[in-house]
Design a protein around this ligand. Structure first.
Ligand code: SF4
Ligand code: SF4
Length: 305
């Protein structure tokens, strides 16, 4: 008989951890506000909102509503990154990171990139992409469904490295010339213009994430040894393929489930759509060390969803 895992609540320790993070973030927000660092205070407040109340709403939601709740976590998390750029002209993105390295300084962008793009993914995978990216928070609102099936081969897999080179080059060229809000607006316009344009052209909200995002060029490698992954129980899987059909990143989830592997693809953004699509409860998020069996390719020909 089909098993439904949609209403299972997480361990109480998860709630304690999320609210501990919120308490720290909101305390930091208060301290930053008193120090007149208003943009970072807003950012810390939004981060606490995302990781506490919004994440709890996701964890306790019935299966049918989980993706809507995840988008709320994504939206508040994404805004926490966007806030310093819009309110103080300080980019927490890769351009801010490269600019700081070029200038030989350290700052918020260096800390943010180390935590969310380089070191954090070693443990938590691409959680940033599924739960806290300021580009994806808008992309996931677009009324689009992937309509061009199958992974793009040829030059497509190298394009994110081109994006990374453009990001680094732009940061170095802008160094000492363009500052503050103007630079943030230009960068935001380029990112939103290219990502929304690709989404519409390919009728795929995550086309930019798969094919051009400079952060993904790093994340697909730093997330490889991640301890947090979707894992499959092959005894419960009936091979229906529903998990692969809903995956926005075209990961071969069904193939991994059949082979009793965890989803080791550097493309997995931990959105858990596959987990919620599986009515047999064959997929779950689990902790564990990466193994050589883990790497998972993209689907060869994913049907439209
Ligand atoms: S791939 Fe890039 S644009 Fe897409 S969610 Fe990740 S960081 Fe954001
Ligand atoms: S494999 Fe599952 S969790 Fe990973 S991106 Fe695809 S649907 Fe989301």
């Amino acid at each position: 008989m089909a098993r439904d895992t949609g209403s299972i609540l997480p361990h109480p320790a998860v709630f304690l951890a999320t609210f501990a993070v919120t308490a720290v973030a909101w305390t930091a927000a208060g301290l930053l506000w008193s120090a007149e660092a208003h943009a970072f205070a807003v950012s810390a407040f939004l981060l606490g909102l995302s990781l506490g109340p919004c994440l709890t709403a996701y964890a306790t939601a019935p299966r049918a509503q989980k993706q809507r709740q995840r988008r709320l976590v994504l939206f508040t998390g994404g805004l926490s990154i966007l806030a310093p750029a819009l309110l103080a002209g300080v980019s927490l993105d890769l351009e801010g990171f490269f600019g700081a390295l070029w200038a030989g300084t350290a700052g918020a962008a260096v800390g943010h990139t180390l935590v969310s793009v380089i070191l954090g993914p070693l443990v938590f995978g691409r959680v940033l992409c599924g739960w806290g990216c300021w580009r994806a928070m808008v992309l996931e609102l677009l009324p689009l469904r992937r309509a061009i099936p199958g992974a793009r081969r040829g030059a497509w897999p190298v394009l994110p490295y081109l994006g990374l080179a453009i990001s680094g080059g732009a940061a170095v060229l802008a160094s000492g010339r363009s500052h503050g809000l103007t630079a943030a607006l230009v960068a935001g316009g380029v990112y939103y213009g290219s990502s929304i344009g690709m989404a519409v052209a390919f009728r795929d909200p995550r086309a930019f994430c798969k094919h051009l995002c400079p952060s993904s060029a790093i994340l697909r490698w730093t997330s490889r040894p991640a301890l947090l992954r979707v894992a499959a129980d092959p005894a419960a899987c009936d091979g229906c393929g529903a998990c692969s059909r809903v995956c926005p990143m075209e990961v071969d989830v069904a193939g991994a489930a059949a082979g009793a592997r965890r989803i080791g693809s550097g493309d997995c953004i931990l959105c858990q759509r596959c987990v919620q699509a599986c009515t047999r409860g064959a997929l779950r998020l689990r902790w564990g060390r990466a193994t050589t069996k883990d790497p998972t390719p993209r689907t060869a020909a994913a049907p439209c969803r």
